[in-house]
Design a binder for this molecule. Structure first.
Ligand SMILES: Nc1ncnc2c1ncn2[C@@H]1O[C@H](COP(=O)(O)OP(=O)(O)OP(=O)(O)O)[C@@H](O)[C@H]1O
Length: 351
């Protein structure tokens, strides 16, 4: 649906590249997230998909069309297949909900009766049947974004671009809007590309994710894979704020020392898949005659797949600990030695 190849972009003549050879493919029906800190290049990248921003170099293919090769008229037509939702809604305050939704249709020259019919279809889709004649000032943030979404869908696009669509909303409203986007994706067979600085958004809604830093994609993959096995340090930091890899610094220092002749080893265990709730701790304790202290543990779900991360301090004879690790790995658990430390009370992992 979207193929970006070797995109580079520099604003002005000096300074760093806002985009540095970015390549990305988004397949039909996916919700694809791009996450990164402020200034990473996310907005520039998403704006290249509908050519609100023109890259200096590279290739932009959407629905099989080379957008950079189109003239203005061709680009206008192509853009009807690409709806866009904005962080600050960008509604016209002098127009009603219906007037805002109709706006892109008016610009495209769609006759009035057809516009009205389309509005009537869209309002129930976004849960705003009763707000047709309301003005933006009379709406909550979540309702305003519902209007923004309806407007983006007015021309029946096949692709929805979401530029920090929930960043101005509170957590509860964010969850509602994300659920709405996910449902619309299914109902309307949309492909969604979204940018966000919040890993929790990616976790809630995306199938795949790309992590951006300094104009580059530093890591990408299935959300489950990236969350449970982050490779880049930046990704690890993003992920740890959401799924709790690591324990607060100071906690490890307060662990009791091992008895003479015994070892203390720190293990991080990742459970993934349906067997995740299986209790291995008590069984390992019995089988291998060890003391296993749970320092932290969390069960979560990403894309419907349960997984858990547990940090353990294990006390006992070295060989027994080795045997317990082999046994746990044999059960399909991912066991790594060492527990990443995080600052106590880290700020929410956002840009
Ligand atoms: N119109 C512009 N003129 C000059 N520099 C720009 C412009 N737009 C973006 N930049 C610069 O390009 C880089 C990438 O910015 P971009 O807005 O794409 O990042 P971002 O990841 O979306 O960050 P944010 O979430 O803060 O918007 C930054 O260094 C930014 O200052």
């Amino acid at each position: 649906m979207i193929r970006l190849a070797g995109l580079s972009k520099r604003f002005g003549t000096i300074g760093p590249l806002a985009l540095d050879s970015v390549s990305l493919s988004v397949e039909q029906g996916e919700v694809f997230g791009i996450v990164g800190r402020s200034g990473a290049g996310k907005s520039t990248l998403i704006r290249c998909v509908n050519l609100l921003e023109r890259p200096d170099e590279g290739h932009v293919e959407v629905l099989g069309q080379d957008l950079l090769a189109l003239d203005e008229a061709g680009l206008r037509t192509a853009r009807r297949s690409i709806g866009m939702v904005f962080q600050h809604f960008n509604l016209l305050s002098s127009r009603t909900v219906a007037g805002n939704i109709a706006f892109p249709l008016e610009v495209a020259g769609v006759p009035r009766a057809e516009r009205e019919a389309r509005i009537s279809e869209l309002l129930p889709l976004v849960g705003l049947e009763t707000k047709r004649e309301a003005y933006p000032a009379q709406l909550s943030g979540g309702q305003k974004q519902r209007v923004g979404i309806a407007r983006a869908l007015a021309s029946s696009p096949r692709i929805l671009l979401c530029d920090e669509a929930t960043s101005a909303l509170d957590p509860e409203t964010t969850a509602e809007i994300l659920t709405l986007i996910r449902n619309l994706r299914e109902r309307l067979n949309l492909t969604v590309l979204l940018i966000t600085h919040e890993m929790s958004v990616v976790k809630a809604i995306c199938d795949r994710v790309a992590v951006m830093e300094a104009g580059r994609i530093i890591e990408q993959g299935q959300v489950f894979q990236v969350f449970t096995r982050p490779e880049a340090e930046t990704t690890r930091r993003f992920v740890s704020g959401v799924i709790g890899h690591g324990v607060p610094s100071g906690t490890l220092a307060r662990l009791p020392p091992p008895n003479p002749g015994e070892q203390q080893r720190l293990l991080q265990i990742l459970f993934a898949g349906p067997g995740s709730t299986r209790s291995v701790i008590s069984e390992a304790t019995r089988r291998f005659d060890l003391d296993l202290n749970i320092i932290s543990g969390r069960i979560d779900e990403i894309g419907g797949v349960p997984f858990g991360v547990m940090a353990l301090a294990v006390y006992g004879e070295s060989q027994r600990i080795d045997a317990a690790i082999s046994w746990m790995r044999g059960l399909g658990l991912e066991v790594t030695e060492g527990i990443p430390e995080v600052r106590a009370n880290p700020p929410a992992e956002t840009a």
